[in-house]
Design a protein around this ligand. Sequence first.
Ligand SMILES: Nc1nc2c(ncn2[C@@H]2O[C@H](COP(=O)(O)OP(=O)(O)OP(=O)(O)O)[C@@H](O)[C@H]2O)c(=O)[nH]1
Length: 733
Amino acid sequence: MTGSQVISILGVMTGLKTLLRLERVLCCGGVMSQLCALRCEAVRLAHWRAAGSHCLNPLPSTVWTCIPPTTYQLTRFMATKHGKSSGKVLKPKPKQEKQEVEIKQRMTVSELAQAMKRDIDHVYEALLNTSFDLDSLEPDSVLEEEWIKEIVKRSGMKFKWAKLTEDKVRENKDVERQPPPDPAVLVPRPPVVTIMGHVDHGKTTLLDSLRKSQVAAMDRLTFVLPFAVQLPSGERITFLDTPGHAAFSAMRARGTLVTDIVILVVAADDGVMKQTIESIQHAKKAKVPIIVAVNKCDKHEADPSRVKQELLGHDVVCEEFGGDVQAIHVSALKGDNLLELAEATVTLAEVLELKADPTGQVEGTIIESRTDKGKGPVSTVIVKRGTLRKGCTLVAGKAWAKVRFMFDENNQAVSEAGPSTAVEIVGWKELPSAGEEILEVVSEQRAREVVDWRCYVEEQEKLKEDMKAIEAKQQEHEESYKKERESMAHLSWKQRKSAMYRANKQRMAFRPSERVESQDLTLPVIVKGDVDGSVEAILNILDSYDADEQCQLNVVHFGVGDITENDLKLAETFSGTIYGFNVAANKSVQQIAAKKGIPLKLHRVIYKLIDDLKDELSSKLPPTLEENVIGEASVLATFDVTVGKKKVPVAGCRVQKGQLDRKMKFRVIRGREVLWEGRLTTLKHHKDDVQTVKTGMECGLSLDQDVDFMPGDEIVCYEEAEKQQKISWDPGF
Ligand SMILES: Nc1nc2c(ncn2[C@@H]2O[C@H](COP(=O)(O)OP(=O)(O)OP(=O)(O)O)[C@@H](O)[C@H]2O)c(=O)[nH]1
């Protein structure tokens, strides 16, 4: 048997890809020409198959089980070549419904073959005569959507998308809020009050005076810590402390969700400001009534009437203007009138008839959560319904807890917390997010079930979003692919392939340089904060970043807790910087960071962290060239001097301003046109070569390029200095 016979039989038996491989191995002389013939044959065969045959399984002896008349000639050609004939009468096959193939994203070659009920070679063959690089194709290679569709089409089949079957199968295991309680079981509950207002209007001082503690002196931007105040009459008020900084507006918005009453602090010496208005809007949106605390009334320049007048413009109508908003004049600093403020709050609470059911399953809200070194994940919660006790099983978002300990605002362990009470809970398996709703469940197993379900739902949502994004991307891709193919329609497949190769090569060559450039102008950052709220606040600020055209800011990771080695790994991978707010980095982390040169920046004040980030962004920018004019001269006369055989034009000038310095750069200007820029070759005063010529002096100069000077031309001498650019991003503080 000759080599070509062996190959031809193998080619038909083992499939085209094997043939292509053999072809490479036996790529010599006579065998090659026979191989070419055989390849043509296989290609024609593949063409025929692609044209719509439904019986693609050749028998080893090249006898075909059923052959449509359109391929009759081909069959004859093959039969003659191998000296055999099937001897069967060929009948036209009735037209059949196209076979349907269920496809999905990212199918592999063997998966597609299986879905088509064909062997793998069929996929290879269908890709013949396309721009697809067959050499790199393996059975487990993932095919792009466009190719999956092309293969199905070329096989004379039609596709339909496979469904995500899991959707219907899983049963909803979520936990629901209980129905509204029976009014008969309701008992009065203390009001939950949020203090809001513009920066520096005295919120913290007011809270501290109410709490009679001295925490005001500390930077308390970190987390919301509710506390209860008891009036001499016995009534209680739960206060939520929400920092007034703009960065915390999201947290404030959340604060209003659990709030019954907002105390709006307005400094009597400053009046209604931006965040006063924002606070009013939050309260109105949440339909929470307001009490105005006109603060700093002890100050000379205090003008409480002006404050109330200004509030009118924002639909806050105080009682003296006929409205129902109580305004109490206080001095948070001196503690004046605070009892009146508390009493006004209790009065309003009575009007609101605040009641809750202290029995039944617990419902509440996470106000803040953080990781405590000793206690692990800890959250501050406000109970809205039921009575929280040690041992309760709670679910909040995708986190669950078996309550191990509870602490009040003085860090004292408590055993139960009823409606409107704020407590710190220890016992979470994961850190819940601030703002999440807490619901009690009957058992740990039920909690796990709920969390599992919620994770599943989130995954599904994400999957849907991903699919949408993938589809959009694919459509875009398909369109450009179509265009590419249209522009190559007149070319042979070889020409087409080499054109595509050239295009790819160009693209590949372009990428590294692009990458280098974008690497320089991207700042990857990792943000860590002590609590959920501070990380959110920082991310909210970063959301306002709008200087991408100067340098891209890329948050590669964020989270709650101290800096870990994992953060370092991420920073190292992305060449990024770690920013920590109110978190620590232990010695080993610091040492690794220092050793690997990973920037690790820890701050305790948010605006300082942002300033630091701005500086780092600015440092990434290339310096700009700034021009300083050193002197100006005007051309009075022109003449040529002979240097060797060459005539060199010379300008006779007078220095009008500053001085001309030979070392510096020069420019010749005529009218508004710049004729030349460059260096001088000579600068002479009378007959002497000089370095500088000062104002009022005359000189002769020639340039490094011939310019036809004219009297009246201006000569400008300047120096270029590099100037560090500043990032244009302004986060507003
Ligand atoms: N004279 C006077 N000063 C006050 C009064 N209340 C607060 N201050 C001062 O105003 C400044 C700001 O007070 P804070 O309580 O920190 O104001 P804040 O609204 O909590 O500020 P942020 O937390 O930054 O939003 C401090 O210097 C206080 O001492 C007051 O009733 N009278």
